[in-house]
Design a protein around this ligand. Structure first.
Ligand SMILES: C[S@@+](CC[C@H](N)C(=O)[O-])C[C@H]1O[C@@H](n2cnc3c(N)ncnc32)[C@H](O)[C@@H]1O
Length: 389
């Protein structure tokens, strides 16, 4: 049995656990802020999760964990926990390795100290057990271990993902937008709002198209890591020689439903973003699944009433440029448009730091809030709201 340890965005752990459970048909649990865990019998299941999960940043095999108290004594505890854990079968004498270390909370040591102690424990144990010195290569290691010191807990894990988070899907190649949404948050919004691929969906402020593209990939069963196959650590260096990730990918790719024609519309006031969004959609094979156009949000009031069941959007936060009145104008328009465009029981789902404004507009437009959750957007605390007609 293996314990899979996966990271996600803080605030959507329950959704990530639900998704993992659906993918693997096994109970997944929230392991702490931004983390989920589940037990699997077959390593192939970790590969499935890694390839399919839209709400996961990184998938690892947990090797050991320990309690910490924040003092220097922790370093000895960490050394002992790593030294006595079951990692040696993942290394051969020709492999190099690296330890990637992350620390959150107040401790009498740094993440560099932790990486050093973990690396030393790996080297010492291999020397004792196999009688050679394992090579370290921090730039292009064959094997990547991850160590997490998260407040009062230490985790040591074998990385299956690699240095680039699964959040980077590989379709957003044009970095011309100041605030593109994380695909994990986009997929979380779609999950929480009940997107099942059959409803009529609009993002009227689509920027580079992330929400629409994630929605189309969900509708067509396109794996989240479809464009990332070659970069995944599990492919570069399978943890077991008999594991063949590519055959698992092929099996999952055969379930892609290219013929699905979801009803997705994305628009933005800026034509150059819309043109980029179109190209991004093509890269991930959903160019024909989304109706992208340049359009002002305000102009949707001219359309037929009740033409969308879902509006999912990431309106401008207006925090960096600081035009509070301009932001208010856009949010007012968004709620007015939602009131006009949504079918009865239709839902507006938005991600925003403007909690008071959303609460007052939901009352004004009679679109009551039926769901509200705090999520981390980079370092910002923002909320995802669902307002229902
Ligand atoms: C936070 S960004 C959306 C980013 C997008 N989710 C992505 O992943 O690229 C907000 C977008 O709203 C657009 N916008 C602002 N005011 C608008 C308006 N009145 N009508 C349509 N789009 C507008 C901006 O051009 C910007 O691209």
């Amino acid at each position: 049995m293996f314990t899979v340890f996966a990271t996600t965005a803080a605030g959507v752990e329950d959704l990530a656990a639900e998704e993992a459970q659906e993918i693997l048909d096994r109970k997944a649990r929230i392991d702490g802020p931004g983390r989920i865990a589940l037990n699997i019998n077959r390593i192939e299941d970790a590969v499935r999760l890694l390839y399919l999960a839209r709400l996961v940043k990184r998938v690892m095999l947990k090797l050991t964990e320990a309690d910490l108290d924040g003092t220097q004594k922790d370093l000895k505890k960490i050394y002992n926990a790593v030294y006595s854990s079951d990692f040696t079968s993942f290394l051969t004498s020709s492999d190099s390795f690296a330890v990637r270390s992350k620390r959150v909370g107040a401790h009498d040591y740094t993440s560099i100290d932790v990486a050093h102690v973990v690396g030393q424990a790996v080297i010492d144990r291999i020397l004792k057990e196999k009688n050679y010195k394992q090579r370290v290569n921090l730039d292009e290691p064959d094997v990547i271990f991850r160590s997490y010191v998260l407040h009062d807990r230490f985790y040591f894990a074998l990385d299956l993902t690699g240095d680039t988070s699964l959040e980077r899907r590989g379709y957003r190649t044009e970095v011309i937008h100041p605030a593109p949404l994380s695909p994990i948050l986009a997929a979380s919004m779609l999950r929480v709002v009940g997107w099942d691929g059959t409803k009529n969906l609009l993002d009227p402020m689509c920027g580079l198209g992330t929400i629409c593209i994630e929605a189309a990939c969900m509708a067509r069963n396109i794996p989240a890591a479809y464009l990332r196959k070659k970069t995944l650590q599990v492919v570069r260096r399978p943890p077991f020689p008999e594991l063949d990730p590519e055959s698992i990918f092929n099996e999952l790719d055969s379930k892609i439903k290219h013929y699905e024609k979801p009803l997705i519309t994305g628009s933005d006031i800026k034509e150059k973003y819309v043109e980029s969004a179109k190209r991004h959609a093509k890269i991930i094979m959903v160019g024909d699944a989304i109706n992208f156009k340049a359009r002002r949000l305000e102009d949707y009031v001219e359309d037929q009433q009740g033409s969308f069941e879902l509006i999912v959007s990431n309106p401008p936060f207006g925090l960096r440029v600081g035009h509070p009145q301009r932001v208010e104008v856009v949010y007012r328009a968004l709620f007015r448009v939602a009131r006009h465009l949504l079918t009865s029981n239709g839902k507006l789902c938005i991600i925003t730091p403007h909690v008071k404004l959303v609460k007052s507009l939901s009352e004004k437009e009679n679109l009551p809030i039926t769901h509200e959750r705090q999520v981390k957007y980079g370092n910002l605390n923002v909320k995802v709201f669902i307002c229902e007609k």
